[in-house]
Design a protein around this ligand. Structure first.
Ligand SMILES: Cc1cc2nc3c(=O)[nH]c(=O)nc-3n(C[C@H](O)[C@H](O)[C@H](O)COP(=O)(O)OP(=O)(O)OC[C@H]3O[C@@H](n4cnc5c(N)ncnc54)[C@H](O)[C@@H]3O)c2cc1C
Length: 412
C-alpha cells in the first residue's frame, strides 16, 4: 500500500516515520526547505503522546528525544500571578508527571531523520483529488501528480486537504493573538529569578492580557540522563514565554514588526495595562530574534463537527482537522496520537482484516473524540483570557486578584 502525506510538520512526520518503520511505501511532501526552520518554542509531550511516539519511531530515536527533553517531574509546581507579580496560587504537584518538554526544532529534526529519504522538502502541494480511475492523487504546480492508495492531509491549521474534504475552512480565529520568545534564566535579575523559580507560571490581568512563562532545562532536568545523545536547542535553564492579547487591528498589526521593535511594542502593551515593570523583565531581556507573533486558530470543541466528511481514501489529521490553540500544550501531542491511530488502522487494512475505507472510518471516529477533548481544554484558557476583556471581567479581575494574593500569602 502506498500512502502520500501532505505536510511534514509534527503529525505528518510522525505518520511517515511509523509507516516507513512498518514497511509501507510512503512519501511525505512539505513546502519548507529546511526542517529546522520552525517555531523556536517548546512542545509538551504527555504520557499518551510519548506512548504513541514509541509505536512510531525506533527506540534509539525515542532515547535521543528523551535525552533532549526537560522532565516536568523535576520542576516545581506551576505558579499563577497577577499583573503586579503577586502569587495567586499553584498548579498540581508535578512529581508524578511523566510529561516532557522538548524543543519543537529538535522534535521535528528527529522525526525527519526517522522518515529519511521518504521526506521531500521544497514541494508545495496545490491540490488533492482523484484521477479518471478514481485513484487518489496529490497535485503540484511544478511537477506531475503523485497517485496513492491513501492521501493524508497533515498540512496544519490552513490545510488545503481538509478544506477540500470539508467544503470550507475547518477552523476560525480564536480571538487571541500570541507572541512567544526565549529568555535565559541567567539573564534575569536575582529578584526575578527568585520569583519565577525553576517552574512554569501564568500571569493574568484585566483587559485580556496574559503572560505564560514556561521553564525548560533539558540539561539540568533531562528526562533521560544520557548527555551523549542530547540534541536540544536549549542548552541551559530557559524561560520560553507566551504573551497573549485579544485580537484587534492593533494587536494584529504587531505581527508585522521586526525583531527589536516587536519586543518593545509588547512591553508597551503590558505597560498600558499597568503591569508591574519587574514582571516584564522576562520579555525585556529576551533574545529579540526569538520573538515572534502568531494568531490562535481553533476548530469546534464538538466532536461531531470535526472531520465532517464521509470516510474515503483521502483523509486528514492534526491541526488540519482539530486546530488547537497552544493554551493547553496538547495540539502536537494530539497530532502524534492521530498518526499512531491511523498507522494501526492502516495496518489492519493491509492485513485484510478490514477494508481501507472502514479503517479510515474507525480512525476518524477516534480522532473526533481526541480533537474535541484537547480543544475543550485549550478553549477554557482562551475563554478565561477573553472574559477579562469585558467591562465586568476587567472589574472582577481587578477586585479579585488582590484578595486571591492575600489568601495565598496567608496560606504561606
Ligand atoms: C507557540 C505555540 C506553542 C505550542 N505549544 C505546544 C505544546 O506545548 N504542546 C503541543 O502539543 N502543541 C503545542 N502547540 C501546537 C502544535 O504546534 C500544533 O498543534 C502542531 O504542530 C500540529 O501539528 P500538525 O502536524 O497538524 O501541523 P504543523 O506542525 O503545523 O505542520 C503542518 C505542515 O504542513 C506544511 N504545509 C502546509 N501546507 C502545505 C502545502 N500546501 N504543501 C506542502 N506542505 C504544506 C507546513 O509547512 C508544515 O510543516 C503550540 C503551537 C504554538 C503556535
Amino acid at each position: 500500500m502506498r500512502v502520500v502525506v501532505v505536510g511534514g510538520g509534527i503529525g505528518g512526520l510522525a505518520l511517515g516515520a511509523g509507516l516507513r518503520r512498518r514497511g509501507f511505501e510512503v512519501a511525505v511532501f512539505d513546502r519548507d526547505t529546511d526542517v529546522a526552520a520552525t517555531g523556536g518554542y517548546h512542545i509538551t509531550l504527555d504520557d499518551r503522546a510519548q506512548s504513541a511516539l514509541t509505536d512510531l519511531v525506533e527506540p534509539q530515536i525515542m532515547r535521543r528525544l528523551l535525552a533532549s527533553g526537560s522532565a516536568l517531574r523535576l520542576r516545581e509546581r506551576d505558579a499563577f500571578w497577577d499583573r503586579r507579580g503577586r502569587l495567586l496560587g499553584h498548579g498540581p504537584d508535578l512529581s508524578g508527571s511523566g510529561s516532557v518538554d522538548v524543543d519543537r526544532i529538535t522534535l521535528r529534526l528527529l522525526l525527519a531523520e526517522a522518515v529519511g529519504d521518504d521526506l521531500h522538502l521544497g514541494c508545495e502541494v496545490s491540490g488533492v483529488g482523484h484521477d479518471d480511475h478514481g485513484t487518489p492523487q496529490v497535485l503540484f504546480t511544478d511537477r506531475a501528480p503523485v497517485p496513492a492508495d491513501l492521501v493524508v492531509g497533515a498540512d496544519g491549521a490552513h490545510s488545503l486537504v481538509a478544506r477540500r474534504l470539508a467544503g470550507g475552512p475547518t477552523n476560525s480565529p480564536a480571538g487571541i493573538i500570541g507572541f512567544s520568545g526565549r529568555t535565559l534564566r541567567r539573564d534575569l535579575s536575582i529578584g526575578e529569578q527568585d520569583r519565577l523559580r525553576p517552574r512554569s507560571g501564568m500571569g493574568i490581568g484585566p483587559r485580556g492580557a496574559a503572560l505564560y512563562v514556561g521553564f525548560l532545562d533539558p540539561v539540568g532536568n533531562a528526562a533521560l540522563d544520557a548527555p551523549e545523545l542530547r540534541m536540544s536547542v536549549t542548552t541551559g535553564p530557559t524561560y520560553i514565554w507566551g504573551a497573549m492579547f485579544p485580537e484587534s487591528a492593533a494587536t494584529d498589526s504587531l505581527r508585522t514588526l521586526g525583531a527589536g521593535e516587536l519586543r518593545a511594542a509588547l512591553l508597551d502593551m503590558f505597560r498600558e495595562r499597568r503591569w508591574a515593570e519587574h514582571t516584564l523583565e522576562v520579555i525585556a531581556r529576551a533574545d529579540p530574534h526569538s520573538v515572534a507573533g502568531f494568531r490562535f486558530n481553533a476548530a469546534s470543541t464538538s466532536a461531531k463537527d470535526l472531520a465532517p466528511w464521509p470516510a474515503g481514501r483521502i483523509t486528514a489529521l492534526g491541526d488540519a482537522v482539530h486546530a488547537t490553540p497552544p493554551t493547553a500544550g496538547m495540539g502536537a501531542g494530539a497530532a502524534i496520537r492521530d498518526a499512531a491511530s491511523l498507522l494501526k488502522h492502516i495496518s489492519d487494512a493491509a492485513d485484510g482484516t478490514i477494508p481501507l475505507t472502514g479503517a479510515v472510518d474507525h480512525f476518524e471516529a477516534g480522532m473526533r473524540q481526541r480533537g474535541s477533548e484537547v480543544l475543550t481544554l485549550a478553549m477554557k484558557t482562551v475563554r478565561w483570557i477573553l472574559a477579562t476583556d469585558t467591562t465586568f471581567g476587567a472589574a472582577a479581575t481587578a477586585v479579585s486578584t488582590p484578595l486571591l494574593a492575600a489568601a495565598a500569602r496567608l496560606r504561606r
